[in-house]
Write a protein that binds this ligand. Sequence first.
Ligand code: TXA
Ligand code: MG
Length: 310
Amino acid sequence: MKSNQSNIKIAKKYLNKNTCIAIPTETVYGLAANAYSYKAVKKIFKLKKRPSSNPLIVHYSNIFDLKKDCLINKDFLKLYKKFCPGPITFVLKLKIDSKISTLVTNKKKTLAVRFPKHKILKDLLKILDYPLAAPSANISTRVSAVSASDVKEDFGKKISFILNGGKSKIGLESTIIDLSKSPKILRLGGLEVSKIEKVLNKRLKININPKKKVSPGQYKLHYSPGIPLRMNIKKPKKYEAYLLIKKRRINYSNFFYLSKKNDLTEAAKNLYSLLRKIKIKKYKSIAVEKIRNIGIGQSINDRLKRASKF
Ligand code: TXA
Ligand code: MG
């Protein structure tokens, strides 16, 4: 459904009936349901075939509502003021009297929360009486969906309502920072870590590949395109799809451009849709040109590294 005001009201009706719907966000599409309802959240896990041990991110419209469920702290306020709404997720301590369903957190004492920036989603959150639990709208272990048609490709008729908000602007999931104890990055994503460090005025621990997994997005096999992928490749094999970041003088039909001008933001936006496209075109493997490991390039390389473990 196109995202206009009347469709936002229909979305609300579905959600009020404990149905799970797909929503656009600036990072990737989400599979959303009422975070206060056990029955609604259960449907997310079932649809995604997601293990219940993997907790969900809850999406809020404002800090006032968030405070009903979580304890906030100084670092949170600094980052909230600077980056929200935007592509950052905070892990905070859950309040004892919070109404969040125990299924969302897998009975953990912490909750991952975020304030999405997409206009349509903000409008929807504003008219709801509850926050939305929403994982990325893809089948578990596959690359995230960045458009309504990606969602349809993964779920088909299993999902009754997709709010179409166009292609996701950022194209990578949010950056996750744990603020429930001393600050730690748990997932690289749409917001550069150096920008977060600047605001907090300290170097952050990056715990994206821990021995004990606290966030399943940390598992190596999490963002798989479903076919083998090789990184830092100067010359692809003939039968391989080749993902490039700079324009070549001579082009072949197996060339796919993340960007033609070495623009990392543009590359992040195109990454998941190109991985899907290559798979649909029935290539058996993917080679990727070297991508600068700075800024958002670190998040791209993180996803490629995990994808290469197929
Ligand atoms: O950009 C995004 O964050 C997207 C959009 C839809 O908002 N959502 C997203 O959700 O990427 P998902 O479920 O695909 O990834 C959420 C990650 C998982 O790796 C999960 O384990 C972690 O967040 N997570 C959730 N609650 C947590 C908690 N309490 N402590 C640590 N990690 C947590
Ligand atoms: Mg995901």
